[in-house]
Design a protein around this ligand. Sequence first.
Ligand code: NAD
Length: 346
Amino acid sequence: MKNLTEVHANLEQLKKTLRDYEYHYHVLDTPLVPDSTYDKLFDELIKIEKLHPELITTDSPTQRVGAKPLSSFSTITHELPMLSLEKASSEEEFSAFFQRTQERLATLGSTDTTFCCELKLDGLAVSLRYEQGILTQAATRGDGATGEDVTLNIRTIKSIPLKLSGDNYPEILEVRGEIYMTHAGFEALNIQLEKQTKKDQVAKLFANPRNAAAGSLRQLDPTITAKRPLTFCAYGIGVVSGDSLTNHPLEDTHYGRLQQLAKWGLPINKWVKQLNQCDAILAYFKEIESERHLLGFDIDGVVVKVNSIALQEELGFVSRAPRWAVAYKFAAQEVTTKLLDVEYQV
Ligand code: NAD
């Protein structure tokens, strides 16, 4: 057992390391370590902070989402924050989430345990603002409170409608979703980057489709983004307002809202399922895990969300994530070559 001074020193070192990893991952799009290494250290930090809540500081990586926006873009403040997700990385952890949520719902007087299950796409989150059906603004998640204004770049992505279909959409509608790159697009891009590299130079290639998507979207020159094979999938709704809502209300379930987004011309996830038993969700997870290599793009788990919007609202949020959702992640496929020298056990 370490004394408090040692714990504190370890904690500071751990936070410093995580911040450094986050900066390279979120800001520079060039990760220093595999996600599994980052996740492991992040979990260690959570563990230590749970044991020593008095040592939690507001600048701890556990207290915030993503990273600050790049100063070269103008920034956009999210009216509704773009949060992170609680994680589960084993059957036990997921079952604990299910049970916890079921108990919370019971105290709210509900026996409805319908969850909407979907793929967890491995790209970067954006928020698209439509006014009177026209795409007027797009922002990255950034640190959750403030993102980068990537409107011009987003406008070059062909799967994102510049105008919504139909006419029964809210006057103001924020669509949230993931920008990602398929495996085929990623490979073609790296081949092209290699070809463009002069003979005496080392080609600057992207490490994986996620970094390629982030690096391609966060270009100051939108004509470069336009040439990159980016694609989009909507998974939720942010701010909505306007008189038209009274005549055309939003569906009252998450699943229903996804279908509404699809009707308005937005691409949604085909593998979405409504399930209400823990065993059925575990089976869905296993099925997706075994089929993931056939998808043609990277996913790092499934996201399970309470389906009823009213119950979501009642459950609310903890500091950086909603209580009504969990990211159930696949076991890491990457292999870490070297962990840190410091040992973080207490
Ligand atoms: P997260 O990726 O774990 O979870 C939240 C995000 O999930 C959302 O912002 C959204 O972009 C995404 N998402 C995908 N499909 C979704 C769906 N269907 N519904 C809702 N959201 C969906 O975000 P986080 O908590 O900010 O974690 C950061 C991630 O970045 C982790 O996976 C971590 O490993 C990685 N990371 C890696 C490094 C590194 O150095 N390798 C550094 C920092 C962060």
